[in-house]
Design a protein around this ligand. Sequence first.
Ligand SMILES: C/C(=C\CNc1ncnc2c1ncn2[C@@H]1O[C@H](COP(=O)(O)O)[C@@H](O)[C@H]1O)CO
Length: 252
Amino acid sequence: MKDRFQGPVMTRRGQVEDGSTTDQRLLDSRGPADWVHTDPWRVLRIQSEFVEGFGTLAELGPAIGVFGSARTRLEHPDYALAELVGRRLAEERFAVITGGGPGAMEAANKGASEAGGVSVGLGIELPFEAGLNQWVDKGINFRYFFARKTMFVKYSQGFIVLPGGLGTFDELFEALTLVQTQKVTSFPVVLLGTAYWQGLVDWLRQTVLAEGKISAKDLEMFTVTDDVELAVDLMVEARRGRVETPAPHRPE
Ligand SMILES: C/C(=C\CNc1ncnc2c1ncn2[C@@H]1O[C@H](COP(=O)(O)O)[C@@H](O)[C@H]1O)CO
């Protein structure tokens, strides 16, 4: 009786079950394939997004997330504003991370790329997918929103938020919630465009704060300005104050 090896496992006599090799079974892809639409398989796909994201972004260096409307048109002043933000951040040696889409994201990537900075786009699969914009120099396209959001907050030291819609609000409020709940050590959040954001800030103060749903301190978690230099200075200042100590080792 010959020894039978299946990978590291050796069987003999009555323990030998199958004459095929593992490779054969892998490559002779037969049988039903509906398991690819099951949650256990999705877990592996989700895991692969984290592996890809961490692997690609771990050595990025200091980076700032720039959020803003996918619908900002080239001729709108917010496009030039986002482009300036991207450029100034790159000049201050920050990598610029956007959602990799059109509008304000594209403008910030353009500014960063043209200034010779690291222009990152974390795209998302959407039913009306447009792909990563042409100014993304390092990009990942995610299937899952929550995996992508983890990358924004893990690899950004601060956020500059331009006028936007629901997607922008989602990103802004996620960042603020993480600061409020101390899930991240405080990072600067700047709302750029006073005319656009003031209404929201007034409502937060006059209704949300007045009704006791937030505390006055929460309103200090962000700065509202039209001044790109102030926005960038706040990011630079925060970087200076950041002590890059490795997280203490704790088994999870
Ligand atoms: C609407 C159109 C394309 C959408 N493409 C997007 N690609 C990447 N990221 C996106 C996209 N749309 C939204 N996002 C994310 O949300 C923020 C912008 O959302 P808003 O609702 O436009 O404010 C942005 O920061 C992205 O991270 C075709 O025009």
